[in-house]
Design a binder for this molecule. Structure first.
Ligand SMILES: C[S@@+](CC[C@H](N)C(=O)[O-])C[C@H]1O[C@@H](n2cnc3c(N)ncnc32)[C@H](O)[C@@H]1O
Length: 186
């Protein structure tokens, strides 16, 4: 039986293409599994500026752009093949003026960016506390951090503890394994 296609995800074909690319390329381009949720979060935040770490083929950048039509998006990626394919996807969607791909390592590129951002999305490998500290400085006060991959071991727990400071952060935990296990009293 074939898997039902989402009736609400306009970028499902790019997600599919990312999965196929990863299978062939053997890389870390694991697409996030709920672009419409990211669209809704960006829209609810009325985001004008969004920072993404981990562009891959552009599935989540496009989801943000779709949910927040006024937003400009900076996305970071180090893999040249992913950058090329993402730019093609942004051109096909007509959003090249709204999405900028910054080429290079997260840790280096984030230091070159100027805030404030309304939303920051970490979707690289294991979260790195130092990178998240820079993200905190780039976000506006009570900006929205969306961070994936909190189940990736050691340093993730350090990041998690830091993110539970509700005075500093408005945080969405969307990791598949932990999203239902955490609540924050504001
Ligand atoms: C999980 S994928 C991103 C998936 C994408 N957000 C989506 O949902 O389609 C992670 C991406 O981050 C890139 N990446 C991982 N670590 C990086 C780093 N330290 N600096 C720059 N890019 C990195 C990988 O090449 C990969 O394309």
């Amino acid at each position: 039986m074939s898997k039902a296609k989402s009736p609400v995800d306009p970028f499902a074909p790019i997600r599919e293409a990312t999965l196929k690319h990863r299978a062939k390329h053997g890389c870390g381009a694991w697409p996030y599994d709920n672009g419409p949720l990211l669209s809704a979060l960006a829209g609810a935040a009325d985001a004008k500026r969004i920072l993404e770490l981990g562009c891959a083929l552009g599935y989540t950048s496009l989801s943000f752009a779709n949910g927040a039509p006024k937003a400009k998006i900076d996305t970071i990626e180090r893999d040249p093949e992913h950058i090329k394919l993402a730019r093609e996807n942004f051109a096909a969607a007509g959003v090249t003026k709204r999405i900028t791909v910054h080429e290079g390592e997260f840790a280096k590129v984030v230091k070159t960016l100027v805030g404030p951002y309304d939303v920051a999305f970490f979707d690289g490998g294991t979260p790195v506390p130092a990178v998240h500290e820079t993200l905190r400085k780039l976000l506006r006060p009570r900006g929205l951090l969306i961070t994936a991959n909190l189940n990736h071991g050691g340093s993730a727990d350090t990041v998690l503890a830091a993110l539970l400071d509700a005075k500093k952060w408005l945080t969405a935990f969307i990791d598949e394994e932990r999203e239902t296990g955490i609540s924050i009293k504001l």
